[in-house]
Design a protein around this ligand. Sequence first.
Ligand SMILES: N[C@@H](CCC(=O)N[C@@H](CS)C(=O)NCC(=O)O)C(=O)O
Length: 295
Amino acid sequence: MAFTIKQEIANFGGKLLKLSHESISTKTTMDVNVYLPKQFFQSTSKKIPTLYYLSGLTCTPQNASEKAFWQPQADKYGFVMVFPDTSPRGEQVPTDPENSWDFGHGAGFYVNAQKDPYAKNYQMFKYVHEELPNALSSFHYFQNKIDFVKLKSITGHSMGGFGAVSGFLKLYKDFASCSAFAPILAPSLVPWGQKAFKGYLGDEEKKLWGEYDPSVLVKSVENVDDKKILVHIGSNDPFLEKQLKPELFLAACKGTSWEKSIELHIVDGFDHSYYFISTFVPEHAEFHAKALGLV
Ligand SMILES: N[C@@H](CCC(=O)N[C@@H](CS)C(=O)NCC(=O)O)C(=O)O
């Protein structure tokens, strides 16, 4: 499916492309930003790997593009950044009946909804993990120089941190590495996750909840390649105690193949914002660059 280039912005050593395309999965026009590092503009025989960044509640592709400062890291190591949107949007797309920011538009939770009226458009898992990588791969602008499908890693923030870890565990072989900033790792047990899962997957479908919940997935997904998951959470994050609850995820990992593979750092004094994220982006970038064979 073809992309429209809405804007090309010179940024650090490379270029940020603001794209949009008609999505088959969500039946809407989806925005996505792609940062092409300086290596893209140099002649190279090797394909450039991709790091997907999934944003949190209320975000569009702009938040991380403007405030996370992945771009100099992408230039340093030579990976492409993809910033997808957080939900389908538009007047015809149903949103939260209460008009709250934690469900509906800007809050797709990276799952495939099963419940009406959301099932028609909220197919974000399929969109992010299948449709988008394939569509980007065939976009002529990239001249086949980028590997969007086979050489990729994933990261994200809050709802997107959940989306990254959930996607990584569900598609274990597909990703070289996974990290997250202030992720929701026990969604079935906290208010944000419960509201989203109930609305998109259904109250009665607890089995389906488990198919996305990292705290359930770690019990069935074998970490055969001894991959690590890097996580940072600020000690002053206002959502730490009610929504993030990393202790529930750590408890779930106990006795599984993931027990020694979660590198969780509770960092003193940091909050939930992009000031926090941008501080630890260099550490996450190095972590992914190593896994992608760039260092
Ligand atoms: N700012 C939101 C709170 C939700 C929030 O903090 N969202 C996080 C992700 S969970 C975020 O990244 N917000 C956008 C930003 O900081 O640029 C509100 O109260 O309306």
